[in-house]
Every structure is written in structure tokens, then in C-alpha cells.
Design a protein around this ligand. Structure first.
Ligand code: CIR
Length: 254
């Protein structure tokens, strides 16, 4: 069974953290409508969608991906790089405890799940404003005994590694070459985002389904030309909060 943990959009989402975008107030009810469509797409892709307890006073709490890194063997509870987001991890840990042994990142480490791209037993870890070398080390120590390697990846111009690059098929990544060095992913076939859609590098692969924002039609064309069909979702409202489609779920095979 595949479970997708999500969390409802806080009505305070307009007070979210912002790093690269100018504030364009998020409409919480529109964000909730779009989030409900997203949850339906997760169900259609075979997930049992379970909502974590609401955190109405944590504006960014819908972005559950940042609170944990879930692997087959363990789950690593993060220490988010933004202090405002640290209260989000407790309820994630509470939910994951039933499924995985937990390891927790501690100070001075910071780590956001959005910085961790897993491909098999390789973890690519963005060294971003939200993840530091101590966070990378903590992750590497936690996962090493289970046969994983974790390597740091430099980025520029975006919030998280997975803002810049995600896996879209067995052997293919989607990336924005302005934000991450394509040579790091030379082992993969690559689809580059359309330059007019710089935030188009974040897609969520669930088996044969690729959930992808409907706001990026040009990049969608590039994916489809590469033989990768997409399942579009409306994601524009949470994009104003610098969130993408991977950010809104934690996927766990139970
Ligand atoms: C933040 O800055 O933390 C939120 N406004 C956006 C987090 C998006 N999460 C993700 O990309 N994994």
C-alpha cells in the first residue's frame, strides 16, 4: 500500500516564507481548492491519502515534504532551515513512527526534505539556504548503514534542489540548467524546462503517473516529446508560496 501524507492549507498561508519571489498574496480558499484536486490526483495514482493534523498557525505547513525524508528502511525527521517551520516536524514524526524507525537531524544541522532527491540508493542533497553541510552529514550518517550515499549539490537561484531538478522517468530527470549544473546528472537522460518556465522543474513521479503543474504547458510539451505523458494539476496558488507538486506530500510504501 502506498500512503501519501498531506496537510490542509493553513488559512495563514499568505504569511508564508518567501525567498526568491515577491509577495503576491496567496488566496487560501483557492489554494485549498487546488490542493483538493492534487489530493484526488494522488488517489487516482493509487495512494491512500492521509492528512496530518492541521497546523493552522504554521503558514507553510501544507509543504509536508520538507519535514522528513522517507526511505524504505528509515525516516529522517528534518530540522527545517526556516525557524518558523520547525514546529511542523513533531506531527510528521508522530505519524511516521508507526511505519519506520526514525532518525532526527539536530543542531547545528539544517535540512529540508525539498533538498533531497532520491534515485535508488543515491541521495542528491541541495546545499541551499535551507540545508547546510552539517545537515547533509547528519543525513549521510543516518542513511549510510542502509547502503545509501548522500552527496551535496550546489544550486543557485532557487529554494530547494527539487525546485531545480526531479526525476520524471526511470532514467530521466527534468531540470532547469540555470539553477543546477546538468553535469551532476550526466548519468541520466535530461529534459530541460522551457526557459520561459523556470519553475517547471518540479514534477512528482508516482509509478507511471507524473503529476505536473498545468501552469507550465511548454515544459509539458517537452516532456511529452520525450515520451513522458503528464497528469496536470492546478498548482498556481501554492506556487506563489514557492511550493511545487513534490512539496505537498510525503510518500511512503507501507
Ligand atoms: C518555504 O519557503 O519554506 C515555503 N514557502 C515553500 C516550501 C516549498 N517546499 C518545497 O519546495 N519542498
Amino acid at each position: 500500500m502506498r500512503i501519501a501524507f498531506t496537510r490542509e492549507v493553513s488559512l495563514r498561508i499568505a504569511e508564508c516564507e518567501l525567498t526568491h519571489l515577491q509577495r503576491d498574496p496567496v488566496n487560501a480558499s483557492r489554494a485549498r481548492e487546488q490542493h483538493a484536486v492534487y489530493e484526488n490526483r494522488l488517489r487516482e495514482a493509487g495512494c491512500d491519502v492521509r492528512r496530518l493534523p492541521p497546523l493552522p498557525d504554521c503558514p507553510d505547513s501544507v509543504f509536508v515534504e520538507d519535514t522528513a525524508v522517507v526511505l524504505d528502511e528509515i525516516a529522517v525527521i528534518t530540522r527545517p532551515g526556516a525557524a518558523s517551520r520547525r514546529p511542523e516536524t513533531g506531527s510528521t514524526a508522530q505519524a511516521l513512527r508507526a511505519f519506520r524507525e526514525l532518525v532526527t537531524v539536530t543542531a547545528p544541522g539544517i535540512l529540508d526534505g525539498g533538498d533531497v532527491l532520491r534515485v535508488g540508493k543515491n541521495l542528491y542533497v541541495g546545499l541551499s539556504g535551507r540545508t547546510n553541510p552539517a545537515g547533509l552529514d547528519a543525513l549521510a550518517k543516518a542513511v549510510g548503514p542502509h547502503g545509501y550515499t548522500a552527496r551535496g549539490v550546489e544550486l543557485s537561484g532557487c529554494l530547494h534542489l527539487k525546485s531545480a531538478v526531479t526525476r520524471v522517468a526511470e532514467d530521466t530527470v527534468l531540470l532547469n540548467p540555470a539553477w543546477v549544473e546538468p553535469a551532476v546528472f550526466s548519468a541520466f537522460a535530461q529534459v530541460a524546462v522551457d526557459p520561459a518556465e523556470p519553475a517547471g522543474g518540479n514534477a512528482l513521479q508516482l509509478g507511471d503517473t507524473l503529476i505536473f503543474p498545468e501552469e507550465f504547458p511548454r515544459t509539458r510539451e517537452r516532456l511529452e516529446a520525450a515520451g513522458i505523458p503528464v497528469t496536470p494539476v492546478p498548482a498556481g496558488e501554492l506556487a506563489k508560496a514557492e511550493g511545487g507538486v513534490t512539496c505537498c506530500s510525503l510518500i511512503i510504501d507501507a
